[in-house]
Design a protein around this ligand. Sequence first.
Ligand code: ZN
Ligand code: ZN
Length: 144
Amino acid sequence: MAHPADSLMSVMGQCHCGAVSLAAEVNPARVFVCHCADCQVLTGSAFRVVAPVMPGSLQVSGNVKGYARTADSGAVRWQYFCPECGTPLYAGAPDGAGLTTVRVGVLAERDRLPPSAQLWRNSALPWVDGLRDVAACERQELLG
Ligand SMILES: [Zn+2]
Ligand SMILES: [Zn+2]
C-alpha cells in the first residue's frame, strides 16, 4: 500500500497497561477504517482504524500474544495484542511478510492520522455517519 510519493511518519505507541510499546514508520496517507464484522468483534467497537507499517520498520518491546484469524478468502492474518491488558496493537504475519498494520488508537500521534479510506461499508453500523448529531458533552456529564 506504500507509494513512493507519500511521506512517512515516525510513530510510537503503547498498550493501556504499558507492558508493550512499539515504534514504526507509517504512511499517514494510507490510514483506513474497516467496518467489517471481524473488525467490529475484534475491537469490541464500531470499526477498526489502522495505518500500514513500512516493511521492516515495526519495533516491539514487551511480550505480545498473537491470534490467527483465517479470512473468508483463506488468507491468514495474525492479530497481536498485549496479553496483560488485551489492547489490540498490530496485525500481520509472524515473519513480517506482507502487509503489517498498526492500530491507530494506540499511537501517540493518532490525532494526526485521519483515515483516507473506509473498507467494508456494507457492514458499517447504521449510525456511524450520524455521530455529529448525537447528544454530546465535554467529558461525561451526560452519564450523570
Ligand atoms: Zn498491556
Ligand atoms: Zn475489517
